[in-house]
Design a protein around this ligand. Structure first.
Ligand code: ADP
Ligand code: ZN
Ligand code: ZN
Length: 804
């Protein structure tokens, strides 16, 4: 008999990765399992905290104090299965995070917060259940006594009850009315004989019930009203006569409902390159090898079709598949393609869903009702079982790395889960990260290259325009004469264009023309960004917002000027230059509302506009056949950033956006405007030369000692007082340095590039290393010792994607 449980507690002030031992009260001993949540007393006094059970034992733990007892059980069944529990443990170590934050990251937010929880009867009512539920079908979990929970734990194992979360903002689990036939077909026919002939509706109802009695399943009311003349009134009469019962059927909120009715797509006949790729991946799947494939395929090479057919093979083999897409790339187009092939077997998870929608999708996965999961970063924790394939599309995307605790990269989690499930991983990109491409070079990953577009069309021709020359000709236009002329041509021929404004490393601000004053955030060392739609100035770091000043706060001059090129400004300019063009603008401002992104894309697809103007978010994944021109207004704003990945990011972005042109029969053309036409990232992107870029960039990284030649870890300390933050980082340095070998390189400590954010000062140092056996231990120790003490916060970021 198990009597003791090991519990990871949620104590924000004293974080710890160590489980604590508790006594399991006798009533729950038989049913309590790892992965369930409990309430336990913690510390001195009567403080009660939540925790996750991570183990149970019969033998008393090796502890000589007095053990406390679990106060309450919060789940009737584990919310984290053994795989996810093991994953949380590993993830905490790997990312220097707390196990509790890893566990919470894996669950839908509705299960973390104070949403109310109900126990619902799922089976037929019995004498025993009626004693607890009386005439209700739902109970409030919070009201239940331990004895009752004991009984419910048993029923849960027999699938008689379930726990559901009520999301107040978006109704609870959505239900619809349905008719449950109660008699046999013969009984209905007999009943019909006694009904007067002129009671037409009753006859119709009885005929309907007789026809559906054999199936025993409830029939949704909307199906009945759609196929018969029946309404709710005769159905209620039927209830009174004991012919049927009205029941509530659970439905899921379906965020992609309109896609569900679309006809299924059939697998395409693969090109030779695609076929080889699919064969290699499915062979690894059949042999249960956790092999990693890097699919390096030019834009339009048909990577998605490879994913779809590999997923099909996994499903046919009785396994499941997980497909990750970057948040920004999770366009309705991509969802439609996967849904179009696998229909209702697909669950979709991303941050655009409401809390309730996410929870519904999670439950469908957890119950095994969805075999294919498509989602953004956190979908990597989807509770799928028997995974047969994990895909990461656009694997180079930085949105796969979470920038708060746990600071994980979805790729690392994917590799861990693939090992656990013995299944292959597919990393796909036209421009793989240097880290992945280098691993393929060394044979750690299997490289699969697709050099041709699926339609055998050539890649679009790229023209680079040197804006330094353009500037002399015109004033401060965003448009070169060549780009303008080509845009005009497209409008005339009713072809479409995509225009991208690169906003990375770039923002609009307000400056006084008399004294040069720039409005700064009061909390952070950064200037405020101008937002025309809300007519306000905002801080992108802390959210601070204030009105656009009319007079300069410094010299009281009225000569305030707006600087920088926002999409809105470009749109206005374009309206003046090309009044005949219909323009759709897509940026954070126009896509904030739910569903707005998809709507804009639909409008563009329907030719309701000639030009789609947008930020980076238009660069990825879009597949519109009539786009023959892609323009990049400013290719190089990111090149000047103090980040060793600046060239890589620029090359990736240019390649991605160029790939939007000429995807069908019509030839595509790309015009790139830049002040650095000779920069190798721009030159090589012009020739679609990823391999050339890879070689060149690797040489540079080798010379400067950056990834993939070195691993990096970023250590940051912050405090409201600048000298406290500085003192701490130097103290950490003296702690870390002795643990390192001579091969390791310590950069810093230095103040962070934006030293103050949200009233806190940040100091950092970077450790570059190849093999450091003691590093993990010393960093783990630092995390344990330093949490939230004396107002100091410390973060440790393995392989940071941003150093500024
Ligand atoms: P990528 O993701 O590699 O950029 P996509 O998967 O979007 O490319 O494919 C580009 C286009 O080629 C899509 O319109 C797709 O339907 C089409 N396509 C892909 N594979 C085939 C094939 N085997 N036969 C015909 N068309 C294909
Ligand atoms: Zn001024
Ligand atoms: Zn701020």
């Amino acid at each position: 008999m198990v009597q003791f449980a090991q519990v990871i507690v949620d104590v924000p002030s004293l974080q710890t990765n160590r489980p604590y031992d508790y006594v399991i009260p006798a009533v729950w001993q038989a049913q309590l399992q790892p992965g369930m949540r409990v309430v336990v007393p913690f510390g001195k006094g009567q403080r009660q905290v939540q925790g996750f059970v991570v183990g149970t034992t019969a033998a008393p733990p090796d502890y000589n104090g007095e053990l406390k007892t679990i106060a309450a059980v919060l789940d009737l069944q584990p919310v984290l299965n053994p795989e996810l529990l093991a994953l949380a443990k590993w993830l905490a170590q790997w990312t220097f995070a707390f196990q509790i934050s890893c566990m919470q990251t894996m669950l839908p937010s509705v299960m973390k917060a104070s949403y109310s929880k109900k126990v619902r009867l799922t089976g037929a009512a019995t004498v025993a259940t009626t004693a607890i539920f009386h005439d209700q079908t739902e109970l409030d979990f919070a009201d239940l006594a331990p004895e009752v929970i004991k009984q419910l734990l048993k029923w849960q194992q027999q699938h008689l009850v379930e726990v559901v979360y009520e999301v107040h903002d978006r109704a609870k689990v959505k239900t619809l009315k349905a008719v449950q036939p109660l008699l046999t077909a013969a009984d209905y026919t007999a009943a019909a004989a006694k009904v007067p002939a002129n009671a037409k509706r009753q006859h119709e109802l009885l005929a309907f019930l007789a026809a559906h009695a054999a199936a025993k399943a409830p029939i949704p009311m909307h199906e009945i009203t759609a196929t018969t003349e029946l309404t709710l009134a005769p159905v209620h009469a039927g209830v009174a006569k004991g012919w049927l019962r009205l029941v509530d059927l659970e439905t899921y909120r379906d965020p992609y409902a309109e896609l569900a009715s679309a006809p299924r797509t059939q697998p395409l006949t693969l090109t030779a390159e695609q076929a080889t790729a699919v064969q290699q991946i499915t062979a690894a799947g059949e042999q249960k090898r956790d092999q990693v494939f890097l699919v390096e395929g030019v834009t339009g090479s048909g990577k998605t079709e490879i994913y779809l057919q590999a997923i099909q093979a996994a499903i046919t083999a009785g396994r499941t598949a997980l497909m990750l897409v970057p948040e920004i790339g999770l366009t309705p187009q991509m969802v439609a393609r996967v849904r179009g092939r696998f229909g209702e077997h697909v669950a979709v998870l991303h941050s655009g869903l409401s809390t309730g929608e996410r929870y519904d999708e999670w439950r469908r996965i957890e119950r095994g009702e969805a075999q294919v999961v498509v989602g953004a970063r956190s979908a990597i924790f989807a509770p799928l079982q028997h995974i047969g394939l994990i895909i990461m599309d656009e694997e180079h995307e930085s949105s796969y790395k979470q920038d708060e605790m746990p600071r994980y990269h979805a790729r690392d989690v994917a590799l861990w889960r693939a090992k656990y499930h013995h299944c292959p991983v597919v990393l796909g990109s036209a421009t793989p990260s240097l880290e992945s491409r280098a691993r393929a070079q060394k044979g750690v990953y299997q490289l699969i290259r697709l050099k041709e577009r699926a339609n055998h069309q050539p890649l679009p021709e790229v023209t680079v325009v040197d804006m330094k020359n353009e500037l002399k000709k015109t004033k401060e236009d965003n448009f070169s004469s060549l780009l303008l002329q080509e845009l005009r041509k497209r409008v005339l021929h009713q072809e479409q264009s995509v225009l991208m404004l690169n906003r990375r490393g770039f923002s609009s601000f307000v400056m006084c023309r008399d004294c040069g004053f720039v409005l700064q955030c009061p909390n952070c060392d950064i200037s405020l960004t101008l937002h025309m739609d809300t007519h306000s100035m905002k801080c992108h770091y802390c959210g601070h917002e204030e009105a656009i000043p009319q007079v300069c706060p410094n010299c009281q001059s009225r000569k305030i000027r707006y600087y920088g090129t926002g999409t809105q400004k470009v749109e206005t300019e374009l309206h003046t230059l090309l009044p005949e063009a219909r323009i759709l603008r897509m940026d954070v401002d126009t896509t904030r509302r739910k569903g707005a992104h998809g709507k804009l894309l639909r409008q563009f697809g329907n030719h309701e506009a000639d030009i789609l103007l947008g930020t980076q978010m238009i660069a990825k994944g879009l597949d519109f056949p009539d786009v023959t021109l892609v323009g990049v207004l400013n290719a190089d704003t990111a090149l000047g950033l103090p980040d060793f990945r600046a060239s890589e990011r620029t090359f990736q972005l240019l390649t991605q956006v160029s790939g939007r042109a000429g995807r069908a029969e019509k030839k595509g053309e790309v015009i790139v405007q830049t002040y650095n036409p000779e920069h190798y990232a721009i030159r090589l992107a012009r020739h679609h030369d990823y391999e050339g870029f890879y070689k060149r960039e690797m040489t540079l990284r080798h010379q400067t000692g950056y990834p993939p030649y070195y691993y990096t870890i970023l250590v940051t300390a912050s405090h409201e007082e600048e000298n406290e933050a500085a003192k701490k980082i130097f103290q950490l340095m003296t702690q870390i340095k002795p643990a390192l070998s001579k091969q390791a390189i310590l950069l810093g400590p230095t103040p962070r590039a934006i030293a103050r954010v949200n009233k806190r000062y940040y100091y950092q140092m970077v450790i570059k290393y190849k093999r450091e056996p003691h590093l993990q231990q010393v960093l783990t120790q630092i995390m344990q010792e330093n949490q939230a003490r004396h107002g100091i916060q410390i973060s440790i970021d393995r392989e940071p994607l941003s150093f500024i």
